[in-house]
Design a protein around this ligand. Sequence first.
Ligand SMILES: Nc1ncnc2c1ncn2[C@@H]1O[C@H](COP(=O)(O)OP(=O)(O)OP(=O)(O)O)[C@@H](O)[C@H]1O
Ligand SMILES: O=C(O)C1=C[C@@H](O)[C@@H](O)[C@H](O)C1
Ligand SMILES: [Mg+2]
Length: 196
Amino acid sequence: MSEQLLTVADSLKDRARAALGSRNLILVGLMGAGKSSVGRIVASQLAIPFIDSDLEIERVSRMTIAELFAAYGEQEFRALEARVIKRLLKSGPRVVSTGGGAFINDRTRKHIKKGGLSVWLKADLDVLWDRVAKRDTRPLLKTENPKQTLEGLMNARYPIYAQADLTVLSRDVRKEIMADEVLKALIEAQKESAAS
Ligand SMILES: Nc1ncnc2c1ncn2[C@@H]1O[C@H](COP(=O)(O)OP(=O)(O)OP(=O)(O)O)[C@@H](O)[C@H]1O
Ligand SMILES: O=C(O)C1=C[C@@H](O)[C@@H](O)[C@H](O)C1
Ligand SMILES: [Mg+2]
């Protein structure tokens, strides 16, 4: 990378870090949108801690998400998810990647709205399907026709994800490029709020 390009990359990180301040950045969106993988890169670029709520739930419960769904059902999982996310957002700045259903739950969505700046990674069905079809660990997709189930979740959930503070289109490009797009959206949002 030339010296000039390095400077541009550095200033993107610095400007995004300044725009975030002490707030948390919370990634929301459907399974496969890239919340966990892109969130990790964003946190590393901003040099702040990264936490994935699904992994944190698995750590505190000492069970996998699939085991939690099987043993206690979705409702209990959502209650645990709400408590874990509330706790994770108590201090900042952090990047918190949430599970796909977190923002859909009313209680969890309130914690997220209060706890920082939310970013919806929005992707189309084919991008999501290509990614989630590679692993069968997602309990909600253990159906006769998982692609159709995913489409149903998109239809039901997209109007709710749209309530996030920012939306970034999750395209079929490298995760690093997606991470840069999140940083740019953060800077733009800060500029707009300073101008209003
Ligand atoms: N931009 C990208 N390009 C290529 N592959 C990607 C990209 N983003 C994510 N992936 C891959 O897609 C899969 C799903 O990504 P990831 O686990 O980050 O999604 P998620 O939004 O956290 O999903 P979940 O809600 O299930 O936790 C992973 O295998 C990841 O490596
Ligand atoms: O979309 C969802 O409701 C889910 C997504 C995953 O991240 C996990 O949190 C769990 O499998 C539920
Ligand atoms: Mg994830």
